[in-house]
Write a protein that binds this ligand. Structure first.
Ligand code: IMP
Ligand code: MG
Length: 171
């Protein structure tokens, strides 16, 4: 299998700074909790929160929907919950990639039901081709029509997460 560069570390760094500025503006004066969706968002999250000029809080959740496969097989499982109280807080869910939309639609619904003040989604990549549920990506790093990508947190069978750029995985 080969790797083809899709987004270089420089492109990512530039885009993350832009997103950070936009988010800082939009949430000025609000109680923001940035929620990292593990594992895929860990690098994006670490860079993004440092680009946000607000006194925010961080928390972590873990969902599982892909069982080490390229296509989805089952449904979403909530395997690590939030730890901070969220009632009255503005939540920004930080995800690596939104594909079918099932994971983010599920997470958003669960957290809204717990009376968060607002729940928005920031995804490094908004991949449109296989969207099945209508979920809005409020802040998208990049839009991708199709393809399976790895790197900068994104994996294929748990590998490639430590690459600094995003690559398309070619058979
Ligand atoms: P969704 O519920 O289909 O939107 O699933 C999103 C999750 O699927 C992401 O958090 C990733 O873990 C995984 N995923 C979807 N597309 C890709 C990809 O191109 N590369 C790596 N993981 C992907
Ligand atoms: Mg994954």
């Amino acid at each position: 299998m080969g790797l083809e560069v899709v987004f270089s570390p420089e492109m990512i760094a530039r885009r993350v700074q832009e997103l950070g500025k936009e988010i800082s503006r939009d949430y000025a004066g609000k109680e923001l909790v940035a929620v990292c969706v593990l594992k895929g968002a860990f690098l994006f999250f670490a860079d993004l929160v440092r680009a946000i000029d607000l006194n925010l809080e961080v928390d972590f959740v873990r969902l599982s929907s892909y069982a080490n496969q390229k296509s989805r097989t089952g449904k979403v499982i909530f395997s690590k919950d939030m730890e901070l109280p969220i009632e009255g807080k503005h939540l920004l869910l930080v995800e690596d990639i939104v594909d079918t939309g099932h994971s983010m639609a599920y997470l958003k619904k669960v957290l809204e039901a717990r009376k968060a003040e607002s729940v928005k989604i920031c995804a490094l990549i908004d991949k449109k081709e296989r969207r099945e549920v209508d979920v809005e990506v409020d802040y998208a790093g990049f839009v991708l029509e199709k393809g399976f990508i790895v790197g900068y947190g994104l994996d294929y069978a748990e590998k490639y997460r430590n690459l600094s750029g995003v690559f398309e995985l070619k058979e």
